[in-house]
Design a protein around this ligand. Structure first.
Ligand code: ADP
Ligand code: F6P
Length: 324
């Protein structure tokens, strides 16, 4: 039987994440191994609409498995959220002979992928975001590198916080989700972890704990604050005024999105990229590759987007008891 998908495209969309390059490399090489032509679409959906499409060879993805960022660049594209933009995107795919696309990105990118699918372009999503906030999967490309980067940075802040006997509020990324904060809170032995999913805004309780800890002889007080709560600088000013303890805020910011991907991110991203190509080769569309309970699986995009997940309650409880 003749193959339905002969030419595939690959794009990265939304916030970049370390390991995206490993996924691109895998899509390109797995596609070529299956006899497909592979095209790289630059700058996410924005590049698709601008027809920034390049042929990819096996050597186009040499020397990238170890590099952070994305060689295809990434973007956010409002035009693609309109039906007209999506129709145009699908027409451009057809014009370039692209009958299958792998979209590496987060939930927003998957919404776009679902729309492309509805317009007749076989589309598969691969979860790429440092936030770990995609409900259908226990793993997203970039999270492992981001938490390791943040952990190392927080260890450094901790040294100076101890020397100066300060309170330090360190804000980590995660958009509306607290996974990076939870992991760093545990890994860095923080005195407090503030997650958007659980924080009740009771700053007085926080202040009381800081004072009590100081009385117990603790030299520093590390608070990991999630971006979803934010306001770290004003929080620091209020805490200093209320406790009399010098307090500084550090917002780690975009450094968490860069750097050399960890082994886990390289390997998982490579496997997910190849799985996406396999799905296209089987004639499938409108699916998301996921990692669930130790297995690589795939879900219908709309079903995946309808799923919800929360910070595991037991993990949060354990993190709290370790801060005592
Ligand atoms: P992420 O993929 O990391 O969640 P965004 O939410 O910024 O990042 O989404 C990335 C891009 O996906 C957007 O800039 C837009 O082009 C596209 N996108 C987001 N939501 C939709 C939607 N509802 N329909 C079509 N495309 C969308
Ligand atoms: O989704 C990844 C992420 O880094 C979030 O943690 C953060 O909220 C957002 O992207 C920042 O986006 P930008 O790159 O537009 O500042």
């Amino acid at each position: 039987m003749a193959k339905t998908v002969k030419t595939i495209g690959v794009l990265t969309s939304g916030g970049d994440a370390p390991g995206m390059n490993a996924a691109i490399r895998s899509v390109v090489r797995a596609g070529i191994a299956k006899g497909m032509k592979v095209k790289g679409i630059m700058r996410g959906y924005a590049g698709l609409l601008q027809e920034e499409i390049v042929d990819m060879k096996s050597t186009s993805v040499s020397d990238i498995v170890n590099r952070g960022g994305t060689i295809l660049y990434t973007a956010r594209c409002t035009e693609f959220t309109t039906t007209e933009g999506q129709r145009q995107g699908a027409e451009i795919c057809k014009k370039h002979g692209i009958d299958g696309i792998v979209v590496i990105g987060g939930d927003g990118s998957f919404r776009g992928a679902g729309k492309l699918s509805a317009f007749g372009v076989n589309t598969i999503g691969v979860p790429g975001t440092i936030d770990l906030d995609i409900a259908c999967t226990d793993y997203t490309i970039g999270f492992d590198t981001a938490v390791n980067t943040a952990m190392e940075a927080i260890d450094k802040v901790r040294d100076t916080s101890t020397s100066h006997e300060r309170c330090s509020i360190i804000e980590v990324m995660g958009r509306h989700a607290g996974y990076i904060a939870l992991w760093c809170g545990i890994a860095n032995g923080a005195e407090d972890i503030l997650l958007p999913e659980n924080y009740d805004g009771n700053e007085q309780q926080l202040i009381d704990r800081i004072i009590e800890n100081r009385k117990r002889g603790k030299k520093h007080y590390i608070i990991i604050n999630a971006e979803g709560i934010g306001h770290s600088s004003s929080m620091a000013r209020r805490i200093e005024a209320a406790t009399g303890i010098e307090t500084r805020a550090t917002i780690l910011g975009h450094m968490q999105r860069g750097g050399t991907p960890t082994c886990k991110d390289r390997v998982y991203a490579s496997i997910m990229g190849a799985k996406a190509v396999q799905l296209l080769d089987e004639g499938k569309s409108n699916r998301v590759v996921a990692y669930k309970q130790g297995d690589y699986v795939d879900f219908d995009i709309q079903e995946a987007l309808a799923m919800t997940k929360d910070i595991p309650a037991d993990q949060y409880e354990i993190s709290k008891l370790l801060t005592r």
